[in-house]
Write a protein that binds this ligand. Structure first.
Ligand SMILES: [Zn+2]
Length: 239
C-alpha cells in the first residue's frame, strides 16, 4: 500500500495509536477538507485471510482517487486516510477523529468492501448525510452506474463511518459495491442486524477465500469515477 502511494508521487504521514497505525495523504486546498477513508487492516490475517475485498479493494479505490485529485485538484483540501484496526472495533477511525474537530470536514466518504459487484451500496441514509448522498446519487445517475442506499439505520452493518457519526461529523457516508443479484439479500442482512444469512458475495469475507482473483477492477474504477464526480460537485457547491 505504501509503495503504491509513493509510486503515485504522494506522501503518507503516519499516525500511531495504542494498537495500530493510520496513514494520511493530503492533497492541499482550502478548509474544511473532504476526507476519504478506507481501512487497510483485515480480519484473521494470521489464518491466511488475504483481505482482498475486505478491504484491499477500498484501499485501491482510495489510492486511485488520491492520484486523480493530485493530478487535477479541487478547491478544497482532500485528505485520504488509510485506517488501521477497523476489524477490532473501528479503533483506527476513532483514533483519527479523536485528534480532530467535526468542523474540519466538509464530508467524509468511507470506502469498504468495494471489490465485488456492479452496484454501488450506500450504508445508512441519514438526514445528516443527505447533501453528499444526493450528490452521489446524481453522479451515479449521470454516469449510469446502479446504486442502492440502505434505507434505515436500525442495524446497518458496522463500518468505520460509525466513528465519524459518533463524533457528530456531518455528511458522513459509507460506500461499497454489491452484485445486483445480492442487493435484496444484502439490504436484509444489513437491516436485520445479520440475523438473516449474508448475501453470497459476503460469504468469502473474513476467510482465506477473500482473494484478489474475485475482484472486479472495471467496477472498482466505475465506483472511483462516481466518487470523483461526487467530490468535485461537493467542492463546487461549497464556498
Ligand atoms: Zn471492512
Amino acid at each position: 500500500m505504501l509503495a503504491a502511494i509513493e509510486e503515485a508521487g504522494l506522501t503518507a504521514e503516519s499516525q500511531t495509536f495504542l494498537d495500530g497505525e493510520n496513514f494520511r495523504v493530503v492533497v492541499p486546498g482550502k478548509k474544511p477538507s473532504i476526507l476519504l477513508t478506507a481501512h487497510y487492516d483485515s480480519y484473521a490475517v494470521s489464518q491466511g485471510n488475504p483481505g482482498a475485498m475486505d478491504n484491499a479493494s477500498g484501499v485501491a479505490v482510495a489510492i486511485l482517487l488520491a492520484k486523480e485529485f493530485k493530478k487535477v485538484p479541487v478547491g478544497h483540501e482532500v485528505e485520504i486516510a488509510f485506517l488501521d484496526q477497523e476489524e477490532s472495533g473501528h479503533e483506527g477511525a476513532f483514533a483519527f477523529i479523536n485528534n480532530r474537530s467535526p468542523s474540519d470536514f466538509l464530508a467524509v466518504i468511507n470506502i469498504d468492501m468495494a471489490g465485488v459487484g456492479n452496484t454501488i451500496s450506500i450504508l445508512r441514509s441519514l438526514e445528516s448525510n443527505k447533501p453528499v448522498r444526493n450528490l452521489l446519487l446524481q453522479a451515479a445517475e449521470e454516469l449510469d452506474i446502479p446504486v442502492v442506499a440502505t434505507p434505515t439505520v436500525s442495524h446497518a452493518i458496522g463500518a468505520d463511518d460509525v466513528a465519524f457519526l459518533a463524533n457528530n461529523v456531518k455528511n458522513v457516508i459509507g460506500v461499497g459495491l454489491v452484485p445486483a443479484a445480492d442487493v435484496c439479500k444484502g439490504l436484509l442482512y444489513a437491516e436485520t442486524g445479520k440475523e438473516t444469512p449474508p448475501p453470497d458475495f459476503m460469504v468469502s469475507m473474513h476467510s482465506p477465500e477473500d482473494t484478489v482473483d474475485k475482484m472486479q477492477p472495471a467496477e472498482m474504477v466505475s465506483l472511483a469515477n462516481v466518487l470523483q464526480q461526487t467530490i468535485r460537485a461537493l467542492d463546487e457547491a461549497a464556498p
